[in-house]
Design a protein around this ligand. Structure first.
Ligand SMILES: Cc1ncc(COP(=O)(O)O)c(C=O)c1O
Length: 395
């Protein structure tokens, strides 16, 4: 029986391969430090867990409306009003099974064969696969430390073509944890809007980014571009990866299409998850999430300091998410071999740059600092021994 060409073309998500190999080593009795997964170790805020217990009281849990339960969509709209000062009609908010389904839905709604979608290289790997699944062409713009590994308006102008239909930006980014300067984001959005092109901005790590020096909180693109498509999730900031819950905010003109696609593709996101997730927006839950963000900042300091001592340069220090993207070229190993050997020799699981594009694929490695401080310290110590073993005098 034949597999579709489309399916054959989808590349593996290498981070998951390394994590799977790490799990096999653990099953074989080895102690492995897993720093390859972008998954905070906190779990859902306590109020959300309680709410889930309450939902499991035997009530029937039928399908919800395809775009999500109105109450949760209302809570999300209220959150944006409070946090960003923007008024969003809850009808424009689509609750999905994680940001992954939101990205799939939005790209299905906007991408035809031959359409070109501009994104940074490096960037989140699944976006490339999704665009290509719908026949689109990824225009991956190589980025550098100079633009914080993010797109800038000049680079977008260079990459532009009559076939450009969307620009995709994740800020802060996976794998670098670096944010795009807000004026640059605004300039890119203005350029794209004036040319009738979609702006798809993934803000899944936005609330895990540092406030500005003057205390200003990170801004959503919706504050300057009311019709940008925003992707977000309960996975990262709210620590609910396995709950599979996220959302998209789309322009009013896209709602009917999104509804049709969501009904056909998913029927709806998890009903109990949606009901319980309302508690995520309670002030007590947001306070817990803020404490966790601060803990991640401490972990980042530990990791940046540890990597610097090992001579593994983090090219641009992250200002959000929980990733450090460091250059291993000084070790004499390419990034893939570095990750393979770090796992087999030091039992530390990392993600090679190959996952995220080609610009930094040979040189860079991603470390997720979403693990406990103890795990991070252990991982860094092991990497130190591993590097000593690579040096001729250490052999
Ligand atoms: C930038 C980015 N977008 C989307 C996702 C998908 O997240 P979710 O768990 O909400 O599907 C991830 C997951 O790592 C991510 O890093």
């Amino acid at each position: 029986m034949k597999l579709s060409e489309r399916a054959e073309r989808v590349e593996p998500f290498y981070a998951m391969d390394f994590t799977k190999r790490a799990a096999e080593l653990v099953a074989a009795g080895h102690r492995v430090v897993t720093l390859s997964v972008g998954e905070p170790d906190f779990g859902a805020p306590p109020l959300v867990r309680e709410a889930m217990r309450d939902v499991m009281d035997g009530r029937p849990l039928p399908y919800t409306p395809a775009l999500g339960i109105p109450a949760l969509r209302g809570d999300i709209a209220a959150f944006y009003r409070e946090r960003h000062g923007v008024d969003i009609d809850p009808a424009r908010i689509i609750v999905t099974s994680g940001a992954s389904s939101a990205l799939l839905l939005v790209l299905a709604a906007t991408t035809d064969a031959g359409d070109e979608v501009i994104m940074a290289d490096p960037s989140y790997p699944c976006n490339r696969q999704l665009v290509e699944t719908f026949g689109g062409r990824v225009v991956a713009v190589p980025t550098t430390a100079g633009s914080r590994f993010q797109l800038d308006d000049a680079a977008v102008a260079d990459a532009w073509s009559p076939r450009t239909t969307a620009v995709m930006i994740a800020t802060p980014s996976n794998p670098t944890g670096t944010s795009i300067p807000f004026d640059e984001l605004e300039a890119i959005c203005t350029r794209a809007r004036e040319r009738g092109v979609w702006r798809i901005v993934d803000e899944i790590y936005l609330y895990l980014s540092d406030p500005a020096a003057d205390g200003t909180l990170p801004r959503s693109v919706l504050e300057v571009d009311a019709d940008a498509i925003v992707i977000n999730s309960f996975s990262k900031y709210f620590g609910m990866t396995g709950w599979r819950l996220g959302w998209a905010i789309v322009p009013a003109t896209l709602v009917e299409t999104a509804q049709r696609l969501a009904t056909n593709y998913f029927l709806c996101a998890s009903a109990p998850g949606q009901l319980a997730a309302r508690a995520a927006f309670e002030p007590a839950s947001l306070a817990v999430c803020e404490e966790r963000r601060c803990e991640l900042v401490e972990r980042r300091a530990l990791v940046l300091d540890g990597l610097a001592r090992l001579g593994l340069a983090v090219t641009v220090p992250p200002d959000g998410a929980f990733y450090a993207y460091f250059d291993v070229s000084g070790t004499g190993l390419d990034s893939w071999t570095f990750c393979e050997r770090a796992l087999e020799v030091a039992r530390v699981s990392l993600t090679p740059g190959r996952d995220f594009g080609t610009a930094t694929s040979a040189t860079h490695v991603r470390l997720s600092y979403a693990s406990s401080r103890e795990e991070l310290a252990e991982g860094l110590a092991r990497l130190g021994d591993f590097l000593d073993g690579l040096r001729p005098s250490g052999r």
